[in-house]
Ligand binder design. Structure first.
Ligand code: GCU
Length: 677
């Protein structure tokens, strides 16, 4: 039996709590425009006004005007914004003069995003004159990838690396019968600016492969639910589809029959779903089929699908997560961190215009701390998207509070060519998150993990937003409030738990950027320092009695540092200049090595692990202080409280494993005399 479909507490509304619509819902609103998304906006306005006493569609005397720039007859106040609004179909222009708030959009999608922007602003949008502001998304492609399996997989369950229950799309091997929740999901995505979703796992198993052909009706049904909110559906496809589904003897990208198969199959997809977004492909990666089997390059592979999609306006998101997962741990010359750049950088300029290379933000695999992938600086003639992981595979699995926006913001701000040069946010046209939602009644298992998905959408729209301010928005849209807003005490409590939670998580887990000390036997949850050390996965820390870290320098190590442009190649290469938080990613050092902070590596390990675990106690105390208030829904309170208990337990487990391991390896006692077992 599948769990209940609809969220059964107010928190299930996530960042669209009904009360968040009060400011819009008390106005006299005029909407000018037509088309599906404009109708969605009209319905939203009606719903808000019905709840809060406003008037949804007025002819005269409006104090809120929402208009498409292309609408022939506009009131004078909107007419004045018409030209400025034309700039971007997803953008909008906002101003308030003489007690009328006016929003003119460059297209229907812009109207929808503008409407939710007003919801976010609340009364502020109606309280004083505002000079004209222009809003448009920084990134065109703002996509969430679901790693959902249609049928439950024997090892990975239904949602691979999912910590929020089952899939909201699929249950018991089929499309869910009631898709109400998918519609609600589309609405949430639109409200934070996301415009695309991929509905199945990048590891494409047999049942899921068929979504492309004989189960296309299922995909079409999902597209129907998401379309009213401007979210386009994408599919993960297997590179071997022509063989698996089409019965061909090969999937060689240069084979004429293979090309015909993809062209015909893709045409049928578009006949059924005219606004289908395109494909997502994991090829030659962790056992998935790919072009290497035919001696072809990944540009050949990606272009095959790009050519099939091009006549219909679709794109292929081709993942750069390609590495040897059968490495010999004794071989010190092979370096998984190098793999994506080695494979892809030489192909720059060879990809079609509708092929987007989707690059994980770091060179390894979504660790708590990694440098930014050098691939993102090596492919100026290729369309790029950065992939981040909202699902907290390596950051506490939605049992720990870990607000990821500060990490993502650092990635997007990184300037590969040094100060004053372009940022990652400037070179990437897309941001993609691996989804963290499921059929859990709070959507994300840990209620506070909703903020990660919200923040992802907001950063894809505007990578310059401050993570603390985004969190503040999320709090304002999510928690119950009275007419005067969210109580200050609640706001403060949530900030205290979340603002620094990523760094807190980092402090009690793997140190100084070394990564991968997680348990392979427990699906990457909890510490197992040597869990991956003697395996084929290429994720090693090389700790011994003398020191720890991976020598990735070109002088004496794997040469990975040379994949960065100047100045970073030099900074990472230099033991003196390498930032502390990435030291062990780039260098193997003795435990006595002194960090920029002035402390030794071994003492840093002890100090951060004690402090991090202590900090989780403080977080739990802060939450308990609001136990007997009515500041949050009792179910939400209880769920967060239960998870904080687990976070405290797990942080102590991490602290004790890591500290004991390194104490025994190094024999160096804690300078502060604390007990290490
Ligand atoms: C990680 C994760 C896998 C996933 C892979 C990917 O390695 O553990 O479950 O399939 O990333 O991004 O493809």
């Amino acid at each position: 039996m599948s769990p209940p479909l609809l969220p059964n507490t107010a928190f299930g509304a996530a960042w669209l709590a009904p009360e968040a619509f009060r400011a819009v819902g008390t106005r006299r609103v005029a909407v000018f425009g037509d088309g599906r998304l404009t109708e969605t906006v009209r319905r939203e306005v009606e719903q808000a006004c019905a709840r809060f006493g406003g008037v949804s569609v007025v002819e005269d005397g409006a104090d809120l005007i929402l208009a498409l720039h292309s609408w022939p007859e506009l009131p004078a106040a909107a007419e004045a914004l018409r030209d400025a609004a034309a700039a971007d179909p997803e953008g909008f222009v906002l101003s308030r003069q003489r007690e009328v708030t006016v929003l003119v959009a460059g297209g229907p999608a812009g109207l929808l995003y503008g409407f939710f922007h007003l919801v976010r602003l609340g009364e502020v949008a109606f309280s004083a004159d505002r000079p004209m502001e222009q809003h448009r998304p920084a990134m065109r492609r703002r996509m969430v990838d679901h790693w959902d399996n249609v049928a439950v997989h024997d090892v990975m369950g239904q949602v691979e690396r999912g910590y929020s229950g089952g899939s909201i799309f699929w249950a018991d091997g089929s499309l869910r019968k009631d898709l109400t929740r998918v519609r609600a999901y589309g609405r949430l995505l639109a409200a934070c600016g996301v415009n695309a979703v991929s509905v199945n796992n990048v590891n494409v198993h047999a049942v899921e492969a068929r979504l492309l052909t004989d189960r296309l009706d299922d995909v079409a049904a999902l597209a129907d639910q998401l379309r009213p909110y401007g979210v386009r559906v994408h599919l993960s496809v297997s590179f071997a589809s022509p063989m698996v589904l089409g019965g061909l003897p090969t999937a060689d990208p240069l084979d004429a029959a293979v090309r015909d198969w993809w062209a015909g199959t893709t045409r049928r997809v578009y006949e059924r779903i005219p606004d289908f977004g395109g494909y997502v492909v994991k090829a030659d990666s962790e056992g998935q089929p790919g072009p290497f089997a035919y001696g072809r390059s990944h540009a050949d592979g990606a272009n095959l699908l790009a050519d099939a999609l091009a006549p219909h306006g679709g794109v292929v998101h081709w993942r750069a997560f390609v590495y040897n997962h059968h490495q010999d741990w004794r071989d010190r010359s092979t370096d998984r961190a190098r793999a994506a750049h080695d494979h892809f950088a030489p192909l720059d300029g060879q990809f079609r215009d509708n092929a987007i290379l989707q690059v994980k933000h770091g060179p390894i695999d979504f660790q708590t701390r990694e440098p930014v992938s050098p691939v993102l600086a090596a492919m100026p003639r290729t369309r790029l998207a950065v992939e981040v992981q909202a699902t907290q595979e390596y950051t506490g699995q939605q049992r720990h509070v870990c607000y990821l926006a500060p990490m993502w913001r650092e990635v997007l701000d990184f300037q590969p060519w040094g100060p004053g040069g372009a940022r990652i946010a400037d070179v990437a046209g897309g941001l993609v998150a691996v989804s963290n939602v499921g059929d859990d009644r709070f959507w994300t298992g840990h209620p506070l993990a909703q903020a990660n998905l919200y923040a992802f959408g907001r950063l894809a729209w505007d990578p310059g937003l401050d993570p603390t301010a985004i969190l503040d928005e999320w709090i304002g849209l999510t928690f119950p409030r009275d007419a005067s807003g969210i109580p200050e005490r609640l706001r403060r409590t949530v900030h205290e738990l979340m603002d620094d939670s990523w760094r807190t998580y980092e402090s009690y887990t793997a140190p100084l950027g070394v990564g991968f000390m997680v348990s392979p036997g427990n699906h990457h949850y909890g510490p197992d320092v040597d869990g991956y050390e003697y395996t084929r996965w290429g994720t090693y820390h090389f700790a011994d009695r003398d020191g720890i870290g991976v020598d990735r320098t070109w002088a004496t190590g794997t040469g990975f540092t040379a994949q960065y442009p100047k100045p970073w190649s030099g900074i990472y290469e230099s033991l003196d200049q390498c930032p502390d938080e990435l030291l062990l990613f780039f260098h193997h050092v003795p435990y006595s090595h002194v960090l920029h902070s002035g402390t030794t590596v071994i003492q840093h390990i002890y100090d951060t692990h004690f402090a991090g675990a202590d900090r989780t106690h403080e977080m739990r105390s802060r939450w308990r202080e609001i136990a007997d208030t009515d500041l949050v829904d009792p179910d939400v309170y209880a769920r967060v409280a239960e998870r904080l208990d687990e976070q405290v337990r797990s942080a102590e487990e991490w602290r004790d494993h890591i500290n004991t391991y390194f104490f025994r390896k190094s024999g160096v006692p804690d300078a502060h005399g604390r007990k290490i077992y």
